[in-house]
Design a protein around this ligand. Structure first.
Ligand SMILES: *[C@@H]1O[C@H](CO)[C@@H](O)[C@H](O)[C@H]1NC(C)=O
Ligand SMILES: *[C@@H]1O[C@H](CO)[C@@H](O)[C@H](O)[C@H]1NC(C)=O
Ligand SMILES: *[C@@H]1O[C@H](CO)[C@@H](O)[C@H](O)[C@H]1NC(C)=O
Length: 198
């Protein structure tokens, strides 16, 4: 019963989110920091580029898909911190052991918003955000926060093989570029990003 109640609440939140997105209820283009927070919070996954350490590819860019979360889905919004659930068995995570620098891209193309407005994913109006920085393992107290953020959006994670030594990590943001309108990229500092009310 409790599970069903939670599922119902989650469904209601998703529906509210879908309706908000369908209404075009997104931050205005002049609110670049809010837009970055909005897009990240509404994305369940992102493309993570690492510097490859693979034989024959060493030093080349390597982009891969990762599930992310900055907090449970729906309003009022998340922490802005992209959390990840990783294992050293993963090919990109092996890159990170040599060089933890990475870039993470998220796009409203993965939400109903762009399809509803018929915005191509490459159209800036289909807002996308590019983060640069590094991946860092989180400490035990932050791991609790990361776990709540990730497992609420990605329930399957709980059943991932225990012997893979999963750990919680976050994207340590150093640079942010917002593509949400015509006229070029907008730069947002991590300070602006974390201080804005989502
Ligand atoms: C990671 O990026 C920083 C700049 O943010 C740079 O100073 C550093 O050398 C890079 N690390 C590696 C291993 O390339
Ligand atoms: C864990 O990390 C968080 C975020 O970086 C920090 O605020 C906190 O002080 C750390 N806790 C411990 C016990 O080191
Ligand atoms: C995050 O990145 C900055 C800039 O490279 C670095 O100074 C800082 O130590 C990093 N934070 C963690 C927790 O690794």
């Amino acid at each position: 019963m409790a599970g069903r109640g939670l599922l119902g609440a989650a469904a209601a939140l998703l529906l509210a989110l879908a309706l908000a997105l369908a209404r075009g209820d997104i931050p205005r283009p002049e609110e670049a920091a809010r837009m970055a927070r909005f897009v990240l919070h509404n994305c369940d996954w992102g493309a993570l580029a690492t510097v490859s350490r693979q034989e024959g590819l060493r030093g080349q860019p390597f982009a891969n898909v990762f599930s992310i979360s900055d907090g449970p889905p729906g309003p009022p919004g998340g922490s802005g911190v992209p959390y990840l659930y990783l294992t050293e068995m993963e090919i990109s995570v092996q890159d990170l052991e040599i060089n933890s620098n990475a870039s993470l891209t998220v796009s409203l193309a993965q939400t109903p918003y762009c399809k509803k407005h018929r915005y191509d994913p490459q159209n800036p109006l289909c807002a996308h955000i590019i983060f640069c920085g590094s991946i860092v393992k989180v400490n035990d107290s932050e791991a609790d926060i990361a776990k709540k953020a990730l497992f609420s959006r990605h329930p399957e994670m709980e059943s991932w093989p225990k012997d893979h030594n999963w750990f919680f990590a976050k994207f340590n943001i150093t640079n942010i570029w917002v593509l949400d309108y015509f006229g070029g990229l907008k730069i947002v500092t991590p300070e602006e990003y974390y201080s804005v009310k989502p």
